[in-house]
Structures are given as structure tokens and as C-alpha cells.
Design a protein around this ligand. Structure first.
Ligand code: Z5A
Length: 198
């Protein structure tokens, strides 16, 4: 089973994935935790390029870099793990590409649907937790961070990305569960567990 976590920067995805990983392991699950972009030698190298603020990357190239990293991760890590019956917890997946490159950068949504399905081999998460926070809260949570290339894209970009996630959730109500990411860490964890049958 594949579970993805989505949301803008600082929404609390890593925090909740870590809590769920511990919980699921205690329940006897075989858990694999991964993040996108990353998780293979190639994808980690691509991640470094994508986040490097000294490199100017065109929107199309950015899309293909994210999809290349995903293709490698899906083939080498996600598919084999799902075949072995593991529980795969993924920090971001295809919805991030639609939100950031589609809504944020303004690339063609049909193109993104096609590249997403190619790179993911049409694998969709069984359930996606969209941790929703305001962009202002995201800026506050990131205020002490040394910003990377993506994080330097500016407020208007993040407003578009945020609206994009809202739209994706609206259009995929069965799969995408919207969680108020401004509640306490423990409240959010409890809410997530209520959706899962562990
Ligand atoms: N990207 C893309 O454009 N296209 C794609 O297809 C994909 C990705 C896959 C990856 O960055 C970048 O790539 C990302 C999207 C883009 N860029 N942006 N901008 P990343 O992996 O480095 O970063 P991230 O995914 O945005 O994660 P993050 O900044 O680490 O945020 P997070 O994992 O959602 O949050 P967190 O680390 O769990 O929490 C952040 C802080 O808030 C931390 O101090 C926590 O203790 C605190 N926190 C967490 N939850 C709470 C609650 N509930 N209350 C109070 N404080 C909290």
C-alpha cells in the first residue's frame, strides 16, 4: 500500500510521516519511508540540482527533472516494495508535480498528467493526506531555514501552489484527505490514524 503526504513547504509532512512510521512498525507493518525527489543515487543527484539556487532551470526542464527522479525511484524502489507487500510512506508524489509545476509554474496540466503517469508507471497512492496550512504559516515555519531554489520562488507562486493542492483535493475526494495542518502535531496524527485500518 502506498500512502503519500502532500502540502506546501513546512506543512508538517515529515513530522507526520515519522510518527506514522513508528506507529505502523509497532503494529507489525513492514514500512518503507521515502521522500521525493530522492531515494536512489540518480534521484538524490537530481534533487541536489533542483534545489541548488545557483542554477537557473526553465519550468519544462524542472518538470522533466522531477519526473526523471520519480521514474528511477518508482522502478527501483517503490514497485519492488509494493510487490513485497510493504507499506510505503512517501513524502510528496505526483500531486506535488501538478501543484508546483502545473498550478505554480503554469505548465500544461494535460502534459503533467501524461508525464506523471509515465514516471509513476500509473501507480497512484491508495490514500493521500493533504496537510493544509496557510502560506503565511508556511513562511513562519520556514523563517529560520536557509531557503533552497524552490523555496525562493516567492509568495505568489506559493499561493498558486496552495490553490492547486485545494483543487486537486476537490477533484480526488475519494483518495485525498484534507487535514488541517495548523492543528497540534498529536491531533493531526490521531486524525490520520482514523483513516487507516492498522
Ligand atoms: N517539488 C516540486 O516542485 N515538484 C515535485 O514533483 C516534487 C517536489 C516531488 C522538495 O523540498 C521541494 O520540491 C518542495 C516541492 C518541490 N519545494 N518547495 N518549496 P523538500 O523535500 O526539501 O521540502 P518539503 O517537502 O517542502 O518539506 P519541508 O519543508 O521539510 O516541510 P514538511 O516536511 O512539510 O514539514 P516538517 O519538516 O514536518 O515541519 C516543518 C516545521 O514545522 C518543523 O519545525 C516542525 O516541527 C513544525 N511543525 C510540523 N507540524 C506542526 C504542527 N502541527 N504545529 C506546529 N508546528 C509544526
Amino acid at each position: 500500500m502506498l500512502i503519500s503526504f502532500e502540502g506546501i513547504d513546512g506543512a508538517g509532512k515529515s513530522t507526520q510521516i515519522d510518527l506514522l512510521e513508528v506507529y505502523a512498525k509497532n503494529m507489525g507493518k513492514d514500512v518503507l519511508k521515502i521522500r521525493e525527489p530522492g531515494g536512489t543515487d540518480l534521484a538524490e543527484k537530481i534533487r541536489t540540482i533542483l534545489l541548488d539556487k545557483s542554477i537557473d532551470i526553465s519550468p519544462q526542464s524542472e518538470l522533466f527533472l522531477f519526473e526523471s527522479a520519480r521514474g528511477d525511484l518508482v522502478d527501483k524502489i517503490i514497485k519492488p516494495a509494493l510487490e513485497k507487500g510493504k507499506l510505503v510512506l512517501c513524502d510528496r508524489f505526483t500531486d506535488s508535480t501538478m501543484a508546483y509545476q502545473g498550478f505554480g509554474r503554469g505548465l500544461c496540466k494535460n502534459t503533467i498528467e501524461k508525464t506523471n503517469s509515465m514516471a509513476s508507471s500509473n501507480i497512484l497512492p491508495t490514500i493521500t493526506f493533504y496537510l493544509r496550512i496557510d502560506t503565511g504559516k508556511s513562511v513562519k515555519r520556514n523563517s529560520k531555514k536557509n531557503l533552497d531554489r524552490m523555496e525562493m520562488a516567492g509568495n505568489e507562486f506559493f499561493e498558486r501552489v496552495s490553490l492547486g493542492f485545494d483543487k486537486i483535493a476537490e477533484q480526488n475526494k475519494e483518495r485525498v484527505k484534507v487535514i488541517d495542518g495548523e492543528k497540534s502535531i498529536s491531533q493531526i496524527h490521531k486524525e490520520i490514524l482514523q483513516y487507516l485500518n492498522f
